[in-house]
Design a binder for this molecule. Structure first.
Ligand code: RP5
Length: 185
């Protein structure tokens, strides 16, 4: 169901955006159940961009575009994806259904819902039955950011340059705390 044309990638009938380098094969897919999830998942994209990790971004809904979901997951490994960051809110079936159709690691990000503050999203994503894992992160921005850092850590196992970038990122945030020890200043 996937194909390539002029550096762009097709999943089903949908052309995928490749970021940040159009010439690079995306290593990470970021998908979300709705455009309204972008405010949260953009933090994952920002972190991957900061670490210079090629990624693609797409709305793929378990409920509204189930066929696209299946195509996306089924083609993920062949298209070179090493991990999929999947964010959804409410009855958040997207990460689990993706994981059901691929062995590419799925990193679930619960989006903070209006009705239940994201607790519904968290429980929907985290409570997978044995045999189909979804690594589940915190609700909202922290989860999106950490999912990207976790995806980077997965890639860093075979990418020494990226491992050094991750170590530098950690050292940087340590130094930020040490530089401003007094919260009143
Ligand atoms: C889920 O329903 C999405 O992941 C989103 O968090 C939530 C609401 O979607 P919209 O009604 O804003 O499109 O499928």
């Amino acid at each position: 169901m996937d194909g390539r044309a002029g550096g762009r990638t097709m999943v089903g009938s949908v052309e995928m955006d490749e970021m940040p380098k159009k010439e690079s094969t995306p290593a990470i897919g970021i998908v979300m159940g709705s455009r309204s999830d972008w405010e949260t998942l953009s933090h994952a994209a920002d972190m991957l961009t900061q670490l210079d990790i090629a990624h693609e971004v797409r709305v793929v809904s378990a409920h509204r575009t189930p066929d696209l979901l299946f195509d996306y997951a089924a083609s993920a490994a062949a298209r070179g994806l090493r991990a999929i960051i999947a964010g959804a809110g409410g009855a958040a079936h997207l990460p689990g259904m993706l994981a059901a159709k691929t062995v590419v690691p799925v990193l679930g990000v619960p989006v903070q819902s209006q009705a239940l503050n994201g607790l519904d999203s968290l429980l929907s994503i985290v409570q997978m039955p044995a045999g189909v894992p979804v690594a589940t992160f915190a609700i909202g921005k922290a989860g999106a950011t950490n999912a990207a850092l976790f995806a980077a850590a997965l890639l860093a196992g075979t990418d020494a340059k990226l491992a050094r970038k991750l170590e530098a990122f950690r050292a940087g945030q340590t130094q930020q705390v040490l530089d401003k020890p007094d919260p009143r200043k």
